[in-house]
Design a protein around this ligand. Structure first.
Ligand code: HEM
Length: 372
């Protein structure tokens, strides 16, 4: 019951209901030949399939003279709904003008570095990557074990570039599994395309045949932004200002002017002063736009201890979203937000990357088989 199937038409971890924990890793490929890259994906597929069933990636013990194949810290643990999702970044195709693996002709038009947005404060150490691994599960040790073993298997072929664990409230703390709250105390994830509606997923999330090179059909684009949230500043801001910033009530998550979390917002409603009840610069309103651009948000909170020597927390949102076509979805939404979102006073985008998450595979096949 704690197992989410690894094999399938699509990779898991995209339309999967968000588990409690994430460990996200971006890697750089050090191998220089395509055969090594293919072998890496074959080895990763096997190991990922085993770990999602709660099995070790190889023997837990050795003859005593060798390190055991599996690192051991997940021994005896439930698979905890582990999903492992693999993606490839633009730099896997072409880096510094070099067609590294003869894949240049297969690079989709959509798989290019994101444009620079106003207010971006991106740091190299939290950005980019040739490959990504997104591991999600209901246990922090299970997700760490998954990424750790995949990185270990990649030894000599790829190395970590950056990594970020994340969390949300656990199912244990909220057995009713209501919408989780972000670190600003607001319900986050209320409005999202319906993952149970196949038609909507095909329109918004899954790359369709003919969208670009067919190797990606059934896959999806992942955009990740590591967004620092200035929680100390937020905590000195009065409640009404906080609610105007999002366009929702903090207590129950209802749109301003409505009663319940899932009520439809009324964007035309005005107050006595002739101002919109859901302010023109509120995050929800600006993100919504005219409603034609949608993304599947699947982010997690992060807290990385202190930010330098400031005495402030380094905490925020590991924003992750999936979509069929970034140029029609994340990019225009973020262009609007960067220009006029009131939330910008309280956040700063520190990291960024884009990956094409490969389609799923069957037992005997491997993730990436359509690309190479
Ligand atoms: C809605 C928080 C960044 C896109 C919301 C809501 C909250 C929220 C509380 C309202 C409840 C909900 O529907 O989930 C945040 C925080 C962010 C952040 C704290 C940064 C730290 C972003 C970014 C994007 C984005 C970078 C995309 C570029 C959206 C969208 C909605 C939304 C599309 C739904 C709008 C609608 O009602 O149609 N966000 N968000 N958010 N956010 Fe964000």
């Amino acid at each position: 019951d704690n197992i989410i199937p690894f094999y399938g038409k699509h990779q898991s971890g995209i339309t999967t209901k968000p588990q409690d924990h994430i460990y996200f890793a971006a890697l750089d490929v050090t191998a220089t030949d395509k055969t090594a890259l293919i072998q890496l994906f074959k080895d990763w597929t096997k190991a990922a399939a085993l770990m999602t069933e709660g099995k070790p990636v190889g023997e837990l013990s050795s003859n005593g003279l060798l390190p055991p194949k599996d690192t051991g810290e997940a021994a005896g643990l439930s698979p905890s709904q582990l999903t492992i999702t693999f993606g490839v970044g633009p730099s896997l195709f072409v880096k510094d003008g070099v067609d590294r693996f003869g894949l240049k002709g297969k690079q989709p038009k959509e798989l290019v570095d994101l444009p620079k947005f106003p207010l971006d404060a991106l740091q190299e150490e939290w950005s980019g990557g040739d490959l990504c691994i997104q591991a999600c599960a209901d246990d922090p040790q299970v997700v760490f074990h998954a990424v750790r073993n995949l990185i270990r298997i990649a030894r000599g072929k790829a190395i970590l570039r950056w990594a970020q664990p994340g969390f949300q409230r656990t199912k244990q703390a909220d057995p009713k599994e209501r919408t989780p709250r972000n670190l600003f105390g607001f319900k986050d994830g209320t409005v999202n395309p319906d993952v149970n509606n196949e038609k909507v997923m095909n329109e918004q999330v899954w790359v369709q045949p003919g969208d670009g090179p067919n190797w990606l059909a059934g896959g999806s684009y992942l955009v990740v932004r590591r967004i620092q949230m200035f929680i100390e500043v937020w905590d000195r801001t009065h409640l009404q200002e906080q609610e105007n910033t999002f366009g929702r009530y903090r207590d129950n998550g209802a749109p301003l002017g409505q009663k319940n979390e899932f009520d439809s917002p009324d964007f035309s409603q005005k107050n006595k002063n002739g101002e919109y009840v859901i302010p023109a610069d509120s995050h929800m309103r600006v993100a919504h736009g005219d409603g034609t651009q949608q993304i599947l948000r699947r982010g997690y909170s992060y807290s990385n201890g202190m930010d330098g020597k400031t005495g402030n927390f380094d905490a925020g949102l590991l924003f992750i979203c999936f979509q069929r076509k970034p140029s029609n979805q994340f990019i225009p939404i973020q262009q609007r937000l960067a220009k006029m979102d009131k939330l910008n006073e309280y956040i700063s985008h520190r990291g960024s990357a884009i990956f094409a998450c490969l389609p799923g595979t069957k037992p005997g096949g491997f993730i990436g088989e359509t690309l190479f």
